[in-house]
Each structure stands twice: as structure tokens, then as C-alpha cells.
Design a protein around this ligand. Structure first.
Ligand code: PRP
Length: 226
């Protein structure tokens, strides 16, 4: 088989999803990045480097979903350029631990961005999410929130995190969830529970196994990262 043939039939994401879900364009570059981070033989340094590349693409796509307003600037050729500027304040919120891996990618695109944290851990026996801790910007209700977690399995952790944000007064339509890999059942439950929230995911996988891990997935993202 030639390399061209080999690359012509990669496994790509499921694209059927609720209307508030955007799946990243399944380009050869993106699939190649996912191939590296899913490979059990990939060493940590490469896992971090290539995950960061996907995170950067997710953040860039996420920023496309924030509101903009018209603005004009004068160029050095003494002409006017009619452009756009972002409207409103943003912040990031990571679902610890694994979500912290996405903070730098957000900082690389949004200078001095405020970042809050919510520690939610799945019970290893029942896979149920438990909330341990949160530390969020005081004025979070006035901001657009980019919620960060690389993995979405049952959806329990993401739902719990959104409930925390709502309890802090954040309007659900100002929340954008950025995620690397999700299960079809998890993303369906999550996106339908919060139809006004937007989800940007890189990949919707085949499903969940008996331990409620995403498959084929990549195992425990937090373990591979740290
Ligand atoms: C993993 C993952 C998500 C969650 C997804 O975190 O990072 O937060 O599970 O599962 P769910 O959709 O079924 O809730 P985990 O609780 O294992 O903690 P970690 O980030 O410390 O690995």
C-alpha cells in the first residue's frame, strides 16, 4: 500500500451532533495529530507537544464563536480598513486536572487572560463526577467563559462545571466548551441539556466502554500529560 492509499481512509470523527456542537474540520493535519496522541507508543514529550497543537486549533476555532463588532483603522497607506474587533471580556475555566493542560494554549492566543479553576474528579468505581473545589474570577458573570476539558465521556464532569458557572451567574449562552475528544452519548446529553451553550470538539469517538472511558480514545489524558 502506498502512503497515499494509506492516508486516504483514516478514521475521522462522527460529525452528527446537536446544532450547538462544532466538530473541527477533519483535515489530514488534524487526523495526523490525533494519530500521534492516541498511539500508546507516544512518549510524554510528544504527547504534550502534539496535544498542544490540537489545543491551539480548538482555541482559534473557539474564538470564532465570540461576538465581534465593526471597527475601522487607518493603514500606513493612508486608507481606511473596515475590520472587526472582539466585543466583551473573556476568561478561561479549566476542569482540573486535565483541563489545566489547555490553559497555555488559551494564554498563547489571549494575552493576560484570567483563568479560573474547578476541580472535579470522576469516582473511579462509579464514574460519577464529584466537585471538590472552585476558584473563579470575581466578575465571571460579566465575562464569556471558555470552559476547558480535553475529554468528555459520560458528560457528568462538564455538566457539573456548567452548573457551577450558572450558579455564579454566568448566562449559559456565554459559555463555550472546548474539548479534544468526546463520546457520542456524552456530547449528546451535554449539548442537549444546555442548548444555548456552544461546544467545540476536535473529535467525536465511537462510544464508551464498560468503565465509561471514551473508545478508541486515548486513555486518561491527565495521566498522559503529567
Ligand atoms: C476525566 C476527564 C474529564 C472527565 C470526563 O477526568 O479529564 O474531566 O474524566 O468524564 P465524564 O464526562 O464521564 O465526567 P478525571 O475525573 O479522570 O480527572 P483528571 O482530569 O484528574 O484525570
Amino acid at each position: 500500500m502506498t502512503s497515499h492509499e494509506a492516508s486516504s481512509t483514516p478514521t475521522v470523527s462522527i460529525t452528527e451532533a446537536p446544532p450547538n456542537v462544532t466538530v473541527l474540520l477533519q483535515t489530514p493535519q488534524l487526523i495526523a495529530l490525533y494519530t500521534i496522541i492516541r498511539d500508546i507508543k507516544t512518549q510524554r514529550a510528544d504527547f504534550v507537544f502534539y496535544s498542544n497543537r490540537i489545543i491551539r486549533i480548538l482555541v482559534e476555532e473557539g474564538l470564532n464563536h465570540l461576538p465581534v463588532q465593526a471597527t475601522s483603522v487607518s493603514t500606513p497607506t493612508d486608507l481606511t480598513y473596515k475590520g472587526l474587533k472582539f466585543e466583551g471580556k473573556i476568561c478561561g475555566v479549566s476542569i482540573m486536572r486535565a483541563g489545566e493542560s489547555m490553559e497555555q494554549g488559551l494564554r498563547d492566543c489571549c494575552r493576560s487572560v484570567r483563568i479560573g479553576k474547578i476541580l472535579i474528579q470522576r469516582d473511579e468505581e462509579t464514574a460519577e463526577a464529584k466537585l471538590f473545589y472552585e476558584k473563579l474570577p470575581e466578575d465571571i458573570k460579566d465575562r464569556y467563559v471558555l470552559l476547558l476539558d480535553p475529554m468528555l465521556a459520560t458528560g457528568g464532569s462538564a455538566i457539573m462545571a456548567v452548573d457551577v458557572l450558572i450558579a455564579k451567574g454566568v448566562p449559559v449562552e456565554r459559555i463555550l466548551f472546548l474539548n479534544l475528544i468526546s463520546s457520542p452519548e456524552g456530547i449528546d446529553v451535554f449539548a442537549k441539556k444546555f442548548p444555548k451553550l456552544k461546544v467545540i470538539t476536535g473529535f467525536i469517538d465511537e462510544g464508551l466502554n464498560e468503565q465509561k472511558f471514551v473508545v478508541p480514545g486515548l486513555g486518561d489524558f491527565g495521566d498522559s500529560w503529567s
